[in-house]
Design a protein around this ligand. Structure first.
Ligand SMILES: *[C@@H]1O[C@H](CO)[C@@H](O)[C@H](O)[C@H]1NC(C)=O
Ligand SMILES: *[C@@H]1O[C@H](CO)[C@@H](O)[C@H](O)[C@H]1NC(C)=O
Ligand SMILES: *[C@@H]1O[C@H](CO)[C@@H](O)[C@H](O)[C@H]1NC(C)=O
Ligand SMILES: *[C@@H]1O[C@H](CO)[C@@H](O)[C@H](O)[C@H]1NC(C)=O
Ligand SMILES: *[C@@H]1O[C@H](CO)[C@@H](O)[C@H](O)[C@H]1NC(C)=O
Ligand SMILES: *[C@@H]1O[C@H](CO)[C@@H](O)[C@H](O)[C@H]1NC(C)=O
Ligand SMILES: *[C@@H]1O[C@H](CO)[C@@H](O)[C@H](O)[C@H]1NC(C)=O
Length: 680
């Protein structure tokens, strides 16, 4: 104290500014200036601290789970509302400081900070969050607070009548500001107001000046680094003598909300009770941590976003991969290893058929939908049949059979290329038949009418294909669903039997008595519907119905038309009985056929439709008849023998059947089961 009068003012200031030695000086001189707070005489509490480079950090973003409050007050109080006859007006003060509100998430900042003049620097009882560490719920708004605060508020709090979420307010004893303004500054250069974002993270400069004589409180805001604007943000007429006590502390309070924490910084602070506070020296202010700068944060945010996007992409890709995997998931079991070469991957079939697109749909048969496809690897055309099959039962046997059928080679069979198995689904891959199924030619106007030569060739072809299945392969294969829609036409209009053996899938391991009959009404042999037992003879019956179908150009059963014409066999037999079997021929042929061939086909069709299985010719005989290598015996003129009629006379008829016929056919009804059991 004694030193003081001996030293010139300048020296004191130098001492103050450079080393901040004695607070007593500042207190007595009513002024200080801190360009950085490394050696500042401050009382800190809560989360407030001085960083290593001299920043005053009031709150930080480290402890986000707890709202933070931080205070920094000049250690000693100043004299404000004094009655003593001082030379200078005691209530006047001038201060400016540079601050930065750096939210953890850019532009999302909680709570805020305030320059505060308070009778106490003990804010133990004050609350954070919206109370900014200045008040609590019980003392908010009380005149006994004697607090003046200039709030820098980046949150809109309706409780206190906030005007927006980016404002500066003059608070007297209450956070319900007596005056407030959106953050902006008057640009001296441009002569207009320019708005600022408090929580931008950029340092800003705030000037607060109170002139006791004019009772005017001026608050001026500007970005850091530009001179003080000529126009203040707020100038409020206010008599502070009503509020301020004699001894008052000056300092800062800041608080953060939960979840949206901000770093509240003060970079430098100049305070003067004896006149205009000197402006801070921008070049001497400590700089904000690099990574905390808004740009860096947005860089960080961009990175966080990128990572998030990457994660989302990974998740999507993962999901896509998973659903893709699921999409292409197959069932493969150990026993299938030996069938490796016949195994197609679902993915390839999926690609080949363009995802089983409806555009590639060739048709929907009894066992499932058939799609056209092109194998990407070999560029060959295929047909993929999707057979829905839920049971695992019998699958092994069936696949074994399917695979062995893949070894069936006959020019009148649709070649099975392989298979694929999925949950509930079996996919069979066949050679593609460009002309589609025969029934389209017979019944639909889309396809040209087939002439007799073509029809007869198709019949002969299918007969030889069926013969191959029944007799010429290493084991008997029953087709079980011979009909026009299962006969496909290749590029040369050769008839090829498709779908052979598929019916087996449905009755493996089941009792023949309870087996539901597979096949198509009109093609089903009567004993098959009775016993459920398929044999070569039931196939022959179907083939007979098929022959009549091709020759007559109508389905085995047609509900429209005259009653006697409903069942084709009956009708053909009727025509035969009248001695006019050719009347049954397809009218679309307009009589253009070889009469002997037409007669042969119709009669053979009747023979194959014999009610007694053993009375039907075998496929070998059928082929011989069709090829003209054997002469068809005379048909017995007995309606009880054919078609849908059920008669006990049938067995009597058998006795009267031509011997050449019965010798060959009597024991000839073979089912695959009986053959396999007999160890053939
Ligand atoms: C967060 O703040 C709470 C209360 O101030 C304190 O108990 C806790 O230890 C702090 N956690 C960390 C990680 O600093
Ligand atoms: C602050 O005030 C509380 C009571 O309001 C008191 O318990 C505490 O000791 C005070 N702290 C200081 C540092 O004076
Ligand atoms: C609020 O603060 C005042 C003054 O510091 C104190 O007396 C009072 O107990 C506090 N009330 C609560 C609810 O904390
Ligand atoms: C804020 O104070 C004014 C009077 O100064 C009052 O009219 C207003 O209702 C208060 N607003 C709130 C939200 O307390
Ligand atoms: C700038 O804003 C202040 C405070 O809202 C206002 O008083 C002043 O008229 C404005 N100046 C201009 C040039 O708009
Ligand atoms: C401030 O000082 C004046 C004059 O001495 C006095 O009347 C007034 O009550 C004081 N204000 C406060 C809030 O104590
Ligand atoms: C305080 O004001 C006086 C008078 O204008 C001036 O001489 C002095 O430099 C100022 N001090 C500070 C720290 O602003």
């Amino acid at each position: 104290m004694r030193l003081f009068p001996l030293l010139p003012m300048g020296t004191i200031l130098v001492i103050l500014c450079v080393s901040n030695i004695h607070m007593a000086f500042a207190q007595n001189e009513n002024q200080f200036i801190y360009n950085g707070f490394l050696q500042a005489r401050l009382h800190l509490d809560g989360s407030a601290k001085i960083t290593s480079n001299g920043l005053l950090l009031l709150t930080n973003t480290v402890n986000i789970s707890h709202p933070q409050v931080g205070h920094a007050f000049f250690q000693f109080p100043f004299k404000f509302n004094t009655t003593s006859s001082g030379l200078s007006p005691s209530l006047s003060f001038s201060t400016n400081f540079v601050f930065a509100i750096v939210p953890q998430v850019p532009n999302v900042g909680g709570s805020g900070m305030a320059f505060t003049i308070s009778p106490s620097s003990n804010f133990t009882n004050a609350e954070g969050n919206q109370y900014l560490g200045l008040f609590n719920s019980s003392n908010e708004g009380l005149t006994s607070n004697h607090i003046l605060a200039i709030e820098l508020d980046p949150t809109l709090n309706p409780e206190f009548g906030d005007i927006d979420q980016n404002h500066v307010g003059i608070d007297v004893n209450s956070l319900n500001s007596t005056d407030s303004a959106s953050a902006m500054y008057f640009s001296n250069k441009e002569g207009k107001n320019i708005s600022l974002e408090l929580k931008s993270g950029n340092p800003m400069h705030l000037w607060i000046d109170y002139d006791e004589a004019e009772k005017l409180l001026c608050v001026t805001l500007a970005p850091n680094g530009i001179p003080k604007p000529n126009q203040p943000l707020m100038s409020k007429s206010i008599d502070l003598s009503q509020y301020l006590l004699e001894s008052m502390y000056v300092g800062f309070s800041a608080a953060t909300g939960i979840l949206v924490p901000s770093n509240h910084y003060v970079l430098g602070w100049s305070f003067n009770k004896s006149g205009q506070a000197q402006s801070l020296d921008v070049s001497k202010l400590p700089s904000l941590p690099r990574q905390r700068k808004a740009k860096e944060i947005s860089g960080l945010m961009i990175m966080v976003l990128l990572i998030a996007v990457a994660l989302v992409l990974i998740t999507i890709t993962g999901t896509a991969y998973n659903s893709r995997r699921k999409k292409f998931e197959e069932i493969r079991e150990d026993w299938e290893k030996e069938y490796g070469p016949h195994r197609f991957t679902y993915k390839n079939l999926y690609k080949a058929t363009k995802g089983f697109s409806d555009k590639e749909l060739l048709g929907a048969g009894g066992f499932g939908k058939v799609y056209r496809g092109i194998l990407p690897s070999s560029n060959t055309q295929i047909a993929v049949k999707k057979v829905s099959h839920d049971s695992k039962q019998g699958m092994k046997e069936f696949v074994a059979e399917i695979i062995s059928m893949g070894r069936l080679r006959h020019r009148n069979l649709v070649q099975l290329l392989g298979y694929c198995r999925r949950r509930g689904e079996l996919l069979l891959v066949y050679d593609y038949m460009p002309n589609g199924s025969l029934d389209k030619f017979l019944y639909s106007n889309e396809k040209p009418n087939l002439n007799w030569i073509q029809r007869f060739r198709i019949l002969k072809g299918v007969a030889s294909g069926l013969l191959y299945l029944h007799e010429e392969w290493e084991q008997i294969v029953l087709h079980r669903d011979v009909k026009a829609s299962n006969v496909l036409l290749d590029a040369e209009l050769n008839g090829r039997l498709g779908d052979f053996g598929l019916a087996r899938l449905y009755d493996h391991g089941t009792n023949p008595q309870t087996t539901h009959v597979v096949g198509t009404v009109g093609y089903l042999a009567p004993e098959l519907t009775r016993t459920g037992r398929a044999t070569t003879c039931t196939d022959v019956f179907s083939f007979g119905a098929f022959m009549l179908e091709v020759a007559c150009g109508r389905r085995p059963i047609e509900l429209q038309g005259l009653p006697e014409e409903v069942v084709l066999v009956d009708y053909v037999f009727l025509c035969w009985g009248k001695g006019a079997i050719l009347d049954a021929s397809d009218p679309r042929l307009e009589g253009n056929y070889v009469v002997e061939e037409m007669e042969l086909v119709l009669k053979l069709g009747l023979f194959c439709s014999h009610l007694v299985p053993e009375a039907r010719p075998s496929m070998r005989q059928v082929v011989q008849f069709l090829d003209g290598n054997a002469k068809l015996p005379e048909l017995p003129n007995d309606k009880a023998c054919f078609g849908t009629s059920t008669s006990n006379e049938a067995s009597d008829f058998l006795l009267s059947f031509p011997s050449s016929f019965s010798i060959a056919s009597a024991p000839s009804c073979s089912s695959i089961d009986s053959i396999l059991r007999s160890g053939r």
